[in-house]
Design a protein around this ligand. Structure first.
Ligand code: FES
Length: 236
């Protein structure tokens, strides 16, 4: 039987299995820690830092930091809210995100987190990078304008689909999602692969299914992202 430890998040006692990350233990206890690059059952990437919490007063990524007995975690402070909000605000201006024209609108985690944080207008100047769309695949496209470099597709393709299709090339502001051959159409990717579902934004999209769900019935139309986790922890 695995050892159980206890720690606190904002004063609430959280049980955790030894080695479990803070975000995972929090989720099981009904505490939502915002995240973008983390996906359940996938090795954490630690790429976005939206999940930053304070652990004994020091900033740590909740998705990579293992829980330890007796640690004091803060998830809801004004400072953390400001940091996370700034990260999300930067993601919006670093790429070209036009939610009103995006097929992922209403089902997009970046948009949903922004709404949860109360972001309604750009905080920083738009960079308007020139990025390509790879539509070479018959059933799936990559729109680099919307990619937030979370690596969820790359990790999922490798671990769950058994296809090391995606990687990231270049550095810093020039970083970009890339595929092994030159174009997506030359890869073994299938529209049914888990990697396609793993994209939190509209960067990796199935063709010919855009706007299939009407406004009002989309994933985040009624409740903020994270509500499912909070409800599971606090059943009515
Ligand atoms: S969710 Fe933890 S760094 Fe992205």
């Amino acid at each position: 039987m695995s050892e159980t430890i206890t720690f606190t998040i904002d004063g609430k006692k959280i049980p955790a299995k030894k080695g479990q990350t803070i975000i995972r233990a929090a989720e099981e206890a009904g505490v939502y820690i915002p995240r973008l690059c983390w996906l359940k059952d996938l090795i954490p990437g630690g790429a976005c830092r939206v999940c930053t919490v304070l652990v004994n007063g020091r900033p740590q990524a909740a998705c990579t930091q293992p829980a330890a007995g007796g640690i004091v975690v803060q998830n809801e402070t004004e400072e953390l809210f400001r940091w996370r909000k700034n990260i999300v605000a930067m993601l919006f201006v670093e790429g070209n995100h036009y939610c009103m024209f995006c097929e992922k609108s209403g089902n997009c985690e970046l948009q949903a987190v922004a709404y949860r944080f109360g972001i309604t207008a750009p905080k920083y100047p738009h960079q308007f990078p020139q990025r390509a769309v790879d539509a070479s695949h018959p059933d799936v496209l990559i729109d680099h304008n919307r990619c937030i470099l979370c690596w969820r597709c790359a990790r999922t393709a490798r671990v769950k689909d058994g296809k090391p299709i995606f990687g990231v090339v270049n550095r810093g502001i020039d970083s970009q999602l890339a595929v092994g051959p030159e174009q997506l159409g030359e890869t073994e990717l299938k529209a049914t692969d888990k990697a396609v579902e793993a994209c939190p934004v509209g960067a990796l999209m199935k063709k010919r299914v855009g706007y299939a769900v009407p406004v009002g019935k989309r994933l985040y139309d009624h409740e903020p992202i994270g509500s499912d986790i909070e409800k599971a922890g606090n059943p009515a």
